[in-house]
Design a protein around this ligand. Structure first.
Ligand code: MG
Length: 347
Protein backbone atom coordinates (compact mmCIF):
# COMPACT_ATOMS: atom_id res chain seq x y z
CA UNK A 1 0.00 0.00 0.00
CA UNK A 2 1.29 3.44 -0.92
CA UNK A 3 -0.16 6.15 1.30
CA UNK A 4 -1.08 9.39 -0.44
CA UNK A 5 -0.57 12.70 1.37
CA UNK A 6 -3.70 14.70 1.99
CA UNK A 7 -4.88 16.90 4.78
CA UNK A 8 -8.54 15.89 5.27
CA UNK A 9 -9.92 13.18 7.53
CA UNK A 10 -10.06 10.59 4.77
CA UNK A 11 -6.90 8.73 3.79
CA UNK A 12 -6.50 7.10 0.37
CA UNK A 13 -4.31 4.05 -0.28
CA UNK A 14 -4.17 1.98 -3.44
CA UNK A 15 -2.52 -1.21 -4.61
CA UNK A 16 -2.31 -3.24 -7.79
CA UNK A 17 -3.72 -6.75 -7.56
CA UNK A 18 -3.27 -9.50 -10.15
CA UNK A 19 -6.13 -11.96 -10.65
CA UNK A 20 -6.39 -14.94 -12.97
CA UNK A 21 -9.27 -16.50 -14.87
CA UNK A 22 -9.73 -20.26 -14.84
CA UNK A 23 -9.40 -20.26 -18.64
CA UNK A 24 -7.98 -17.62 -20.97
CA UNK A 25 -10.97 -15.28 -21.43
CA UNK A 26 -11.22 -14.62 -25.17
CA UNK A 27 -13.61 -12.16 -26.83
CA UNK A 28 -13.69 -10.78 -30.40
CA UNK A 29 -10.90 -8.28 -29.55
CA UNK A 30 -8.60 -10.95 -28.03
CA UNK A 31 -8.07 -12.15 -24.51
CA UNK A 32 -5.84 -13.45 -21.74
CA UNK A 33 -5.96 -15.14 -18.34
CA UNK A 34 -4.09 -12.58 -16.21
CA UNK A 35 -5.70 -9.28 -15.22
CA UNK A 36 -4.48 -6.38 -13.12
CA UNK A 37 -6.93 -4.26 -11.18
CA UNK A 38 -6.36 -1.48 -8.66
CA UNK A 39 -7.85 -1.64 -5.20
CA UNK A 40 -8.44 1.60 -3.38
CA UNK A 41 -8.97 1.95 0.34
CA UNK A 42 -10.46 5.06 1.96
CA UNK A 43 -9.98 5.18 5.71
CA UNK A 44 -11.93 7.72 7.73
CA UNK A 45 -11.05 9.43 11.01
CA UNK A 46 -12.82 6.67 12.97
CA UNK A 47 -10.77 3.96 11.31
CA UNK A 48 -13.63 2.70 9.12
CA UNK A 49 -12.44 1.43 5.74
CA UNK A 50 -14.20 1.72 2.39
CA UNK A 51 -13.01 -0.54 -0.42
CA UNK A 52 -13.12 0.30 -4.11
CA UNK A 53 -11.79 -1.19 -7.33
CA UNK A 54 -10.69 0.12 -10.73
CA UNK A 55 -10.51 -1.98 -13.89
CA UNK A 56 -8.22 -0.14 -16.35
CA UNK A 57 -9.72 -1.13 -19.71
CA UNK A 58 -7.33 -0.36 -22.57
CA UNK A 59 -10.34 -0.37 -24.94
CA UNK A 60 -11.61 2.72 -23.12
CA UNK A 61 -8.14 4.32 -23.06
CA UNK A 62 -7.44 3.42 -19.44
CA UNK A 63 -4.16 2.18 -17.95
CA UNK A 64 -2.70 1.43 -14.55
CA UNK A 65 -0.56 4.62 -14.55
CA UNK A 66 -3.62 6.60 -15.67
CA UNK A 67 -5.67 5.25 -12.76
CA UNK A 68 -2.79 5.93 -10.36
CA UNK A 69 -2.55 9.53 -11.63
CA UNK A 70 -6.29 9.91 -11.07
CA UNK A 71 -5.98 8.54 -7.53
CA UNK A 72 -3.20 11.04 -6.81
CA UNK A 73 -5.39 13.88 -8.09
CA UNK A 74 -8.35 12.62 -6.05
CA UNK A 75 -6.25 12.28 -2.89
CA UNK A 76 -6.02 16.07 -2.89
CA UNK A 77 -9.75 16.45 -3.47
CA UNK A 78 -11.28 14.06 -0.95
CA UNK A 79 -14.49 15.36 0.65
CA UNK A 80 -14.32 16.90 4.12
CA UNK A 81 -17.70 15.22 4.69
CA UNK A 82 -17.49 11.63 3.37
CA UNK A 83 -21.31 11.39 3.44
CA UNK A 84 -21.54 14.08 0.73
CA UNK A 85 -21.46 11.55 -2.11
CA UNK A 86 -22.88 13.91 -4.72
CA UNK A 87 -20.33 16.62 -3.94
CA UNK A 88 -17.47 14.14 -3.81
CA UNK A 89 -18.32 12.57 -7.15
CA UNK A 90 -18.69 15.95 -8.82
CA UNK A 91 -15.22 16.88 -7.53
CA UNK A 92 -13.70 13.57 -8.71
CA UNK A 93 -15.06 14.28 -12.18
CA UNK A 94 -13.30 17.67 -12.13
CA UNK A 95 -9.91 16.39 -10.97
CA UNK A 96 -9.91 13.03 -12.80
CA UNK A 97 -12.05 13.49 -15.93
CA UNK A 98 -10.15 10.91 -17.99
CA UNK A 99 -10.39 7.86 -15.73
CA UNK A 100 -13.89 6.51 -15.23
CA UNK A 101 -12.24 3.39 -13.76
CA UNK A 102 -10.53 5.40 -11.00
CA UNK A 103 -13.67 7.42 -10.31
CA UNK A 104 -15.69 4.20 -10.08
CA UNK A 105 -13.23 2.87 -7.51
CA UNK A 106 -13.52 6.04 -5.43
CA UNK A 107 -17.31 6.03 -5.71
CA UNK A 108 -17.47 2.38 -4.62
CA UNK A 109 -15.16 3.05 -1.66
CA UNK A 110 -17.14 6.11 -0.54
CA UNK A 111 -20.41 4.16 -0.77
CA UNK A 112 -18.85 1.34 1.27
CA UNK A 113 -17.91 3.86 3.96
CA UNK A 114 -21.34 5.51 3.72
CA UNK A 115 -23.07 2.21 4.45
CA UNK A 116 -20.65 1.32 7.22
CA UNK A 117 -21.19 4.69 8.91
CA UNK A 118 -24.98 4.23 8.72
CA UNK A 119 -24.78 0.54 9.66
CA UNK A 120 -26.76 -0.70 6.65
CA UNK A 121 -26.01 -2.52 3.40
CA UNK A 122 -26.13 -0.32 0.30
CA UNK A 123 -29.16 -2.05 -1.20
CA UNK A 124 -31.12 -1.24 1.95
CA UNK A 125 -29.99 2.41 1.94
CA UNK A 126 -31.33 2.59 -1.62
CA UNK A 127 -34.64 1.10 -0.44
CA UNK A 128 -34.32 -2.02 -2.59
CA UNK A 129 -35.60 -5.58 -2.12
CA UNK A 130 -32.69 -8.04 -1.97
CA UNK A 131 -35.12 -10.75 -3.05
CA UNK A 132 -35.61 -9.02 -6.42
CA UNK A 133 -32.14 -9.57 -7.90
CA UNK A 134 -32.20 -11.03 -11.43
CA UNK A 135 -30.31 -14.24 -12.13
CA UNK A 136 -26.79 -13.75 -13.46
CA UNK A 137 -25.56 -15.31 -16.67
CA UNK A 138 -22.22 -17.08 -16.92
CA UNK A 139 -19.98 -16.08 -19.81
CA UNK A 140 -18.30 -18.56 -22.11
CA UNK A 141 -15.44 -16.99 -24.05
CA UNK A 142 -14.35 -17.94 -27.55
CA UNK A 143 -12.54 -21.28 -27.50
CA UNK A 144 -12.21 -24.69 -29.15
CA UNK A 145 -15.38 -26.85 -29.29
CA UNK A 146 -13.96 -29.24 -26.64
CA UNK A 147 -13.15 -26.39 -24.23
CA UNK A 148 -16.51 -24.72 -24.83
CA UNK A 149 -18.28 -27.99 -24.03
CA UNK A 150 -16.20 -28.28 -20.84
CA UNK A 151 -17.16 -24.72 -19.85
CA UNK A 152 -20.86 -25.53 -20.31
CA UNK A 153 -20.36 -28.28 -17.72
CA UNK A 154 -18.51 -25.86 -15.40
CA UNK A 155 -21.48 -23.49 -15.68
CA UNK A 156 -23.80 -26.17 -14.26
CA UNK A 157 -24.84 -23.84 -11.42
CA UNK A 158 -26.02 -21.12 -13.80
CA UNK A 159 -29.37 -21.13 -15.65
CA UNK A 160 -28.32 -18.64 -18.34
CA UNK A 161 -25.21 -18.65 -20.55
CA UNK A 162 -23.66 -15.71 -22.36
CA UNK A 163 -21.58 -16.62 -25.40
CA UNK A 164 -18.92 -14.38 -26.89
CA UNK A 165 -19.06 -14.32 -30.70
CA UNK A 166 -17.44 -12.29 -33.47
CA UNK A 167 -15.43 -14.98 -35.28
CA UNK A 168 -15.70 -16.35 -38.83
CA UNK A 169 -17.25 -19.53 -37.37
CA UNK A 170 -19.89 -18.17 -35.02
CA UNK A 171 -22.51 -20.62 -36.30
CA UNK A 172 -20.27 -23.52 -35.22
CA UNK A 173 -19.68 -22.00 -31.78
CA UNK A 174 -23.43 -21.58 -31.27
CA UNK A 175 -24.13 -25.12 -32.44
CA UNK A 176 -21.49 -26.47 -30.05
CA UNK A 177 -23.12 -24.74 -27.12
CA UNK A 178 -26.68 -25.60 -28.14
CA UNK A 179 -25.76 -29.28 -28.58
CA UNK A 180 -24.34 -29.27 -25.03
CA UNK A 181 -27.21 -27.51 -23.22
CA UNK A 182 -30.81 -26.36 -23.54
CA UNK A 183 -30.29 -23.34 -21.23
CA UNK A 184 -31.18 -19.81 -22.42
CA UNK A 185 -28.29 -18.30 -24.40
CA UNK A 186 -27.34 -14.64 -24.72
CA UNK A 187 -24.81 -13.49 -27.33
CA UNK A 188 -22.25 -10.69 -27.18
CA UNK A 189 -20.50 -9.90 -30.48
CA UNK A 190 -18.39 -7.13 -28.87
CA UNK A 191 -18.77 -4.81 -31.89
CA UNK A 192 -17.20 -7.38 -34.24
CA UNK A 193 -19.93 -7.86 -36.86
CA UNK A 194 -20.62 -5.86 -40.00
CA UNK A 195 -24.23 -4.89 -40.69
CA UNK A 196 -24.46 -7.63 -43.32
CA UNK A 197 -23.02 -10.23 -40.96
CA UNK A 198 -25.35 -9.18 -38.14
CA UNK A 199 -28.42 -9.34 -40.40
CA UNK A 200 -27.33 -12.77 -41.64
CA UNK A 201 -26.79 -14.00 -38.07
CA UNK A 202 -30.24 -12.98 -36.78
CA UNK A 203 -32.09 -16.08 -38.10
CA UNK A 204 -29.21 -18.25 -36.84
CA UNK A 205 -29.54 -16.73 -33.35
CA UNK A 206 -33.29 -17.37 -33.51
CA UNK A 207 -32.73 -20.97 -34.60
CA UNK A 208 -30.44 -21.59 -31.61
CA UNK A 209 -32.81 -19.97 -29.13
CA UNK A 210 -30.73 -16.88 -28.35
CA UNK A 211 -32.80 -14.46 -26.23
CA UNK A 212 -30.57 -11.34 -26.17
CA UNK A 213 -27.97 -9.84 -28.53
CA UNK A 214 -25.35 -7.46 -27.18
CA UNK A 215 -23.35 -4.95 -29.26
CA UNK A 216 -23.52 -6.54 -32.72
CA UNK A 217 -21.91 -3.52 -34.46
CA UNK A 218 -19.24 -0.90 -33.90
CA UNK A 219 -20.28 1.60 -31.21
CA UNK A 220 -21.13 4.59 -33.43
CA UNK A 221 -23.09 2.77 -36.16
CA UNK A 222 -26.47 3.75 -34.77
CA UNK A 223 -28.18 3.50 -38.18
CA UNK A 224 -26.84 -0.03 -38.47
CA UNK A 225 -28.02 -0.90 -34.97
CA UNK A 226 -31.47 0.48 -35.84
CA UNK A 227 -31.55 -1.73 -38.96
CA UNK A 228 -30.51 -4.79 -36.94
CA UNK A 229 -33.19 -4.08 -34.37
CA UNK A 230 -35.83 -3.67 -37.08
CA UNK A 231 -34.87 -7.02 -38.62
CA UNK A 232 -34.58 -8.85 -35.31
CA UNK A 233 -36.99 -11.75 -34.87
CA UNK A 234 -37.94 -10.63 -31.37
CA UNK A 235 -34.42 -10.78 -29.93
CA UNK A 236 -33.72 -7.59 -27.91
CA UNK A 237 -30.63 -5.64 -29.01
CA UNK A 238 -28.57 -4.22 -26.14
CA UNK A 239 -25.60 -1.86 -26.43
CA UNK A 240 -22.53 -1.94 -24.21
CA UNK A 241 -19.62 -0.26 -26.02
CA UNK A 242 -22.09 2.33 -27.50
CA UNK A 243 -23.29 3.53 -24.11
CA UNK A 244 -20.97 4.62 -21.31
CA UNK A 245 -22.89 7.23 -19.29
CA UNK A 246 -26.46 8.50 -18.87
CA UNK A 247 -26.09 11.23 -21.50
CA UNK A 248 -25.37 8.52 -24.11
CA UNK A 249 -28.81 7.00 -23.57
CA UNK A 250 -30.98 9.53 -25.48
CA UNK A 251 -28.63 8.98 -28.47
CA UNK A 252 -29.15 5.19 -28.56
CA UNK A 253 -32.82 5.25 -27.54
CA UNK A 254 -34.95 4.23 -30.52
CA UNK A 255 -31.99 2.49 -32.17
CA UNK A 256 -31.75 -0.38 -29.68
CA UNK A 257 -33.82 -2.03 -26.97
CA UNK A 258 -31.49 -1.73 -24.01
CA UNK A 259 -28.22 -0.68 -22.43
CA UNK A 260 -25.52 -2.50 -20.49
CA UNK A 261 -24.27 -0.52 -17.47
CA UNK A 262 -20.76 -1.10 -16.16
CA UNK A 263 -19.21 0.81 -13.29
CA UNK A 264 -15.81 0.82 -15.02
CA UNK A 265 -17.40 2.77 -17.91
CA UNK A 266 -19.78 5.12 -16.11
CA UNK A 267 -17.41 5.94 -13.26
CA UNK A 268 -19.83 6.03 -10.34
CA UNK A 269 -22.61 4.23 -8.50
CA UNK A 270 -24.68 7.41 -8.59
CA UNK A 271 -24.20 7.61 -12.37
CA UNK A 272 -25.29 3.96 -12.63
CA UNK A 273 -28.55 4.88 -10.86
CA UNK A 274 -28.96 7.89 -13.19
CA UNK A 275 -28.46 5.55 -16.16
CA UNK A 276 -31.18 3.23 -14.89
CA UNK A 277 -33.60 6.16 -14.46
CA UNK A 278 -32.72 7.59 -17.89
CA UNK A 279 -33.09 4.24 -19.63
CA UNK A 280 -36.44 3.66 -17.93
CA UNK A 281 -37.62 7.10 -19.05
CA UNK A 282 -36.90 5.93 -22.60
CA UNK A 283 -38.70 2.62 -22.05
CA UNK A 284 -35.49 0.64 -22.40
CA UNK A 285 -34.31 -2.67 -21.02
CA UNK A 286 -31.54 -2.34 -18.43
CA UNK A 287 -28.65 -4.74 -18.07
CA UNK A 288 -25.70 -4.61 -15.71
CA UNK A 289 -22.38 -6.12 -16.73
CA UNK A 290 -18.84 -6.26 -15.47
CA UNK A 291 -15.19 -6.70 -16.34
CA UNK A 292 -12.88 -9.41 -14.99
CA UNK A 293 -12.89 -7.96 -11.48
CA UNK A 294 -12.71 -9.02 -7.85
CA UNK A 295 -15.74 -9.26 -5.59
CA UNK A 296 -15.28 -5.59 -4.62
CA UNK A 297 -16.44 -4.22 -7.99
CA UNK A 298 -18.84 -7.09 -8.62
CA UNK A 299 -20.53 -6.62 -5.24
CA UNK A 300 -20.85 -2.87 -5.78
CA UNK A 301 -22.75 -3.52 -9.02
CA UNK A 302 -24.75 -6.35 -7.44
CA UNK A 303 -26.27 -3.95 -4.89
CA UNK A 304 -28.34 -2.16 -7.55
CA UNK A 305 -29.38 -5.29 -9.48
CA UNK A 306 -32.89 -5.28 -7.93
CA UNK A 307 -33.44 -2.29 -10.28
CA UNK A 308 -32.33 -4.02 -13.52
CA UNK A 309 -33.75 -6.64 -15.88
CA UNK A 310 -30.62 -8.54 -16.87
CA UNK A 311 -27.41 -9.24 -14.95
CA UNK A 312 -24.08 -10.51 -16.19
CA UNK A 313 -21.98 -10.31 -13.03
CA UNK A 314 -19.78 -13.37 -13.32
CA UNK A 315 -16.45 -11.48 -13.42
CA UNK A 316 -15.22 -12.69 -10.04
CA UNK A 317 -16.75 -16.14 -10.56
CA UNK A 318 -14.55 -16.58 -13.66
CA UNK A 319 -11.41 -16.08 -11.53
CA UNK A 320 -9.52 -18.59 -9.41
CA UNK A 321 -7.97 -16.12 -6.96
CA UNK A 322 -10.59 -13.53 -5.99
CA UNK A 323 -9.06 -11.84 -2.92
CA UNK A 324 -12.48 -10.83 -1.53
CA UNK A 325 -15.79 -12.32 -0.53
CA UNK A 326 -18.96 -10.33 -1.11
CA UNK A 327 -22.11 -10.83 -3.16
CA UNK A 328 -22.41 -14.52 -4.07
CA UNK A 329 -23.94 -16.19 -7.05
CA UNK A 330 -25.81 -19.21 -5.73
CA UNK A 331 -27.14 -21.46 -8.51
CA UNK A 332 -27.33 -18.37 -10.75
CA UNK A 333 -29.11 -16.24 -8.14
CA UNK A 334 -27.32 -13.10 -6.93
CA UNK A 335 -27.20 -13.14 -3.13
CA UNK A 336 -26.59 -9.68 -1.65
CA UNK A 337 -24.58 -9.24 1.55
CA UNK A 338 -26.43 -8.12 4.68
CA UNK A 339 -23.38 -6.51 6.32
CA UNK A 340 -23.10 -2.68 6.33
CA UNK A 341 -21.75 -0.98 3.22
CA UNK A 342 -20.68 -3.23 0.38
CA UNK A 343 -20.29 -6.22 2.65
CA UNK A 344 -16.96 -7.26 1.13
CA UNK A 345 -14.24 -8.88 3.23
CA UNK A 346 -10.64 -9.48 2.25
CA UNK A 347 -9.75 -13.17 2.49
MG1 MG B 1 -20.48 -6.66 -23.62
Amino acid sequence: MVAAEQPVALKLDSEIVTIHTRHPFIIARGGRSEYQVLLVRLTDGDGLVGWGEAYPSSYYGESIPGVQDAFRAAAGALPADPMNLEGAERRFLEVAPRSAAARAALSIALHDLFGKRLGQPLWRLWGLDAGKTPRSSFTIGIDTPEKMRAKVLEAADYDILKIKLGTDHDEDLLRTIRDATDKPIRVDANAAWTRERALAMLPVLKEFGVDLLEQPLVPDDLDGLRAVRRASPGIPIVVDESCLVATDIPKVAGAVDGINIKLAKCGSLREALRMIATARAHGMLVMVGCMIETSVAITAAAHFTPLVDVADLDGAALTVDDPFTGARIDRGAIVLPTEPGLGVVRR
